[in-house]
Design a binder for this molecule. Structure first.
Ligand code: KE4
Length: 429
């Protein structure tokens, strides 16, 4: 498999773009190879500039749940193109998408469109702070909510529980308002609340973690956080940028029957074009400008083309049997992979929720980021590269999620299973 043109483009890209990429994970650094430059994609397939074709399980990191280039989505965009690209003014299609999101997630009374998941979480936290008049937030180690300064924070030293910056350029003062808890550890959350009574504006979490590998919430975790927030007047924010409309038609909040006060969305709701959104309870969202006194704005928020792509995508998700079908595909593949790993006697853990799943090469259960960090990333690197050789495109990091799409055919799944068997045989040593 040649990567000649990708390598040439990578050299050229680095002359003009930091690291040659517009988002770090795309640089393939944790799998020790140059990134592939992609030429095109259709359905379940993606093609690189050297004309290598792969079965794609990254799906642009989640948005492409229908598969690439779905005809209904492309047609909807084509129809809209002639009317103009952007007006900086309200349009009907923004209302239609907001209404459909509310239909699928009835817990959202009002929804504000933005341009990325980062903007969605950054804005939701500002609104929660404005609503409560409090400054501190709790997030969970290993959960990723985009790159807003106060979210690029890691747990402080043992002595303090105040967050410390997880990136250069983030002032310590910003990080100190962010408290870090351990995912699936309710006692940890309780202790932070006791340490800072009346100071915590919001708790934000991925209800199913997908940025430290895939880790599902343990029994009672989400309901426990919900109860704590009710008792303390803390705003509960579900970051469903990844899980929204992926783990079920109504996201994780429908799947686990736990209703947050606010929800952030992205990825799938743009159908491949840049869209994020945040929404929630009427009394909270009424704080948002121009209604209230929490400011948030965006030149391209609600862009008509992006709204059109998102609307066409969500409409397809409402077709009868969509989630049963994509869920059964995911379950079939995960079971086949488990069977191969068991027969190869390779230690692993796999978790799957709806149309996303994750694989850890590890010999213990994984319920937190500390657990996930013990996985064998060297083995994952080998595995990733073998699967690529076999024509399967996975996330270039052991700490991401694998995404199924409606376009993955039975033949794709069988080929993936066969590629998996060959790759596991090669890496088991
Ligand atoms: P964006 O700003 O990248 O649109 O969304 C940030 C974000 C927020 N919340 C969750 C749960 C997310 O998963 C993300 C972004 N996910 C990563 C993939 N793990 C995007 C890929 C990238 O950074 O290039």
């Amino acid at each position: 498999m040649k990567h000649t043109l990708s390598n040439q483009l990578f050299l050229r890209a680095q002359q003009s773009i930091p690291g040659g990429v517009n988002s770090p994970v795309r640089a393939f650094r944790s799998v020790g190879m140059n990134p592939l430059f992609i030429k095109s994609a259709a359905g379940s397939r993606i093609v690189d500039v050297d004309d290598n074709e792969y079965i794609d399980y990254v799906g642009s990191w989640g948005p492409m749940i229908l598969g690439h280039g779905h005809p209904v989505v492309l047609e909807a965009i084509r129809e809209k193109l002639g009317a103009g690209l952007s007006f900086g003014a309200p349009t009907e299609v923004e209302i239609e998408l907001a209404e459909l999101i509310k239909t699928m997630m009835p817990n959202l009374d009002l929804v504000r469109m933005v341009n990325s998941g980062t903007e969605a979480t950054m804005s939701a936290i500002r609104v929660a702070r404005g609503f409560t008049g409090r400054d501190k937030i709790i997030k969970f180690a290993g959960c990723y909510h985009g790159h807003a300064d106060f979210l690029l924070v890691k747990a402080g030293s043992g002595a303090t529980t105040l967050g410390t910056p997880d990136s250069k350029g983030v002032p310590a003062a910003f990080a100190e308002e962010t408290l870090i808890a351990e995912f699936n550890n309710l006692d940890n959350v309780k202790a932070l609340i006791e340490e800072f009574p009346g100071e915590i504006a919001a708790i934000i979490l991925e209800p199913v973690a997908g940025n430290m590998g895939v880790i599902a919430p343990g029994a009672g975790f989400l309901s426990g956080i919900r109860s704590l927030c009710d008792r303390e007047g803390i705003v509960l924010i579900f970051d469903e940028v990844m899980t929204g409309f992926r783990v079920s038609r109504g996201g994780a909040q429908e799947l686990y029957h736990i209703m947050p006060d606010m929800t952030t969305l992205g990825k799938i709701i743009g159908g491949g074009l840049p869209v994020g959104a945040y929404g929630g309870r009427q009394d909270i969202m009424q704080k948002v400008s121009p209604l209230g006194d929490v400011y948030q704005a965006g030149t391209l928020s609600g862009n008509p083309l992006a709204m059109t792509a998102g609307l066409a995508t969500l409409k397809e998700l409402n077709r009868s049997g969509f989630y049963e079908d994509i869920g059964s595909k995911t379950t079939w593949l995960v079971n086949e992979m488990r069977d191969i790993l068991e027969k190869a006697s390779i230690p692993y853990r796999m978790q799957s929720v709806g149309a996303m799943f994750g694989l850890f090469f590890i010999d213990q259960d994984v319920t937190s980021f500390a657990d996930a960090l013990k996985c064998d990333t060297g083995r994952y690197k080998q595995f990733f590269r073998e699967m690529l050789i076999q024509g399967v495109y996975l996330a270039p990091s052991a700490f991401e999620a694998t995404f199924m799409s409606a376009a993955h055919s039975e033949s794709d799944l069988e080929k993936t299973r066969d590629a998996f068997r060959i790759s596991i045989d090669k890496i088991k040593g």
